[in-house]
Design a protein around this ligand. Structure first.
Ligand SMILES: Nc1ncnc2c1ncn2[C@@H]1O[C@H](COP(=O)(O)OP(=O)(O)OP(=O)(O)O)[C@@H](O)[C@H]1O
Ligand SMILES: [Mg+2]
Length: 511
């Protein structure tokens, strides 16, 4: 059998946990092989072993049939293995080309031949359909383009086997579509791909085979043709997963969040929110649907005090909170599950316990007379961990050591636990496995039923349709329509998001 990669009986331990326990993964040449498992199952760890970032305690790795010893990522590169990490490793101040050639620069006598490098970057990007601007600075380009730079970086180093760790978690639907096209081209060009994703639809669409792991152990490898999302979900979480969350009719009360004529500029100084009006009542979930870049992020940042509003008002329970500092907004009764969990959500070098009190550490009982009360802090953390099923060895573990999905669950737990009047959830289930998504959806509905106002922003239309009591469509910085999810199809929603006003029933819709 032609395997390009064989990982046989791999064992990798961390203090207090066996992350990989006798896992076997065999990848055929020219296939897209999915690696599927719950949050914390050990997927990233296994791929970090393959890429030489971790050394396994036991097991054997073979590349093209040859036993190898991958002591560091340079060895992996030389063996033709490239990895696109979930959290990109690019240097913001450098250009696209500089990032791609870093450490492998073409030289002209003693200087770097940047023209030649740009030429090479153009050639590879043309060949694989990876659209980038070689001269652009990383800080100025979209997440989708940054990801293409990461892919080019591996190809420039001669990668034949590409590892993608949750590449679609950070992308918009349009970018996901493009990435799928790129993966197909890579396969046609003879590459092999290992793909980690929680989206079963993606596995069904692009993958040839799938290996499932659960709690660090291999469950088996299946042909995608012979399976279906229900079976995959069952295999990975060990129980049936409902793909739709049940909820009763909402019973909205008084206005909690009232936004009037809000104007906010983005980081480049361009007006991103342009005269936006929106109300969220107690006991309802309002979902914001829109194509990325229509002002969603700036809106949330303005409400939470992370970005200044130029004009307009934001009221919470009738009180003006426009342009208050983040801490004041929090104290007024707002919780925020942020879109970027590493920038605003967690301090990775703090313990989980410390992270659970980032907004409350200075208050009784977490502090007494200005001194942190660690007993209370860790007690609180322990209860959030238990209640939100955060898989961690303990509350004393550093946030960095948690799997991506478990970091997310910890943030959600902390924000819900603060018992806010308004809960803002931005892409709340990004990076979560299907079981965890179901759980978080139930918790959001429960918050609504407890009379909280919930503002949900998500690119997952399923999620918006499933959870929202009302859907507010955002387009070019304003809410252009409010629709009832029970009386709207995904197609209609898609058209509205593209800027067309809802047509009356029976009429022809023009875009
Ligand atoms: N550097 C580390 N130090 C200690 N423990 C770690 C470290 N990296 C991972 N772990 C632990 O190993 C286990 C597997 O984590 P891993 O990141 O491989 O999960 P994953 O399958 O990628 O999950 P997710 O879908 O949430 O990204 C987890 O229990 C995690 O807490
Ligand atoms: Mg992971």
């Amino acid at each position: 059998m032609d395997y390009v990669i064989e990982m046989l009986h791999i064992r990798k331990e961390f203090p207090g946990i066996v992350a990989n326990d006798d896992i076997t993964l065999q990848v055929k040449k020219g296939e897209i092989h999915a690696l599927l498992g719950e949050n914390g199952a050990g997927k990233s760890t296994l791929m970090n072993v393959l890429f030489g970032l971790y050394q396994p305690e036991k097991g054997e790795i073979r590349v093209n049939g040859q036993k190898v010893n991958i002591t560091d990522p340079n060895v992996a590169n030389d063996l033709g293995i490239g990895m696109v990490h979930q959290h990109f490793m690019l240097i913001d101040k450098f250009t696209v080309t500089e990032n791609i050639i870093l450490g492998k620069e073409p030289k002209k006598s003693f200087t770097i031949d940047i023209k030649k490098a740009e030429q090479q970057v153009r050639e590879i990007s043309d060949r694989y359909g990876l659209d980038v601007d070689p001269q652009a600075k990383i800080s100025d380009i979209s997440v989708g383009m940054q990801q293409r730079v990461e892919i080019l970086k591996t190809l420039y180093r001669g990668a034949e086997i590409l590892i993608f760790d949750e590449p679609t978690a950070v992308l918009t639907p349009q970018e996901i579509h493009e990435l799928i096209g790129i993966m197909k081209t890579l396969i046609q060009e003879g590459k092999s791909i290992i793909l980690i994703t929680h989206k079963l639809k993606e596995i069904m669409e692009v993958c040839d085979r799938v290996t499932v792991i659960r709690k660090g152990k291999g469950i088996g490898t299946l042909n995608v043709q012979d399976t279906n999302p229900q079976e995959l979900a069952h295999l990975m979480v060990g129980r049936d997963v409902l793909f739709k969350t049940e909820k009763t009719e909402g019973r909205p009360g008084q206005n909690v969040l009232e936004i009037e004529q809000l104007h906010v500029k983005d980081s480049r100084g361009v007006e991103a929110v342009r005269g936006l009006d929106l109300t969220v009542r107690a006991g309802e979930i309002v979902g914001i649907a829109g194509v990325d870049g229509n002002g969603q992020s700036e809106l949330i940042e303005a409400i939470t005090g992370l970005r200044k509003a130029d004009s307009g008002t934001v009221r919470l329970n009738g009180k003006n909170i426009t342009n208050l500092r983040p801490r004041k907004v929090t104290e007024a009764g707002v919780s925020h599950i942020p879109e970027d969990r590493h920038k605003y959500g967690l301090v990775l070098d703090y313990t989980i316990g410390e992270n659970m009190v980032l907004q409350t550490y200075y208050k009784n009982p977490m502090s007494r007379n200005g001194i942190l009360n660690y007993k209370e802090i860790y007690k609180k953390a322990k209860s959030i961990i238990a209640e939100f099923d955060v898989r961690t060895p303990s509350e004393f573990t550093k946030a960095r050591a948690l799997s991506g999905g478990n970091q997310q669950k910890a943030i959600i737990g902390r924000e819900v636990d603060r018992d806010p009047d308004l809960l803002i959830a931005a892409q709340p289930t990004r990076g979560l496995d299907v079981g965890a998504i179901e759980f978080i959806h139930r918790r959001l509905i429960e918050q609504r039923d407890h009379g909280k106002a919930v503002l949900l922003v998500s690119f997952e239309l399923d999620e918006i349709m499933n959870l929202s009591d009302r859907i507010a469509v955002i387009y070019e910085g304003a809410i252009i329509d409010i629709v009832d999810p029970k009386q709207t199809t995904e197609q209609e929603l898609g058209l509205l998001m593209a800027g067309s006003k809802k047509e009356r029933e029976g009429e022809q819709t023009n875009v």
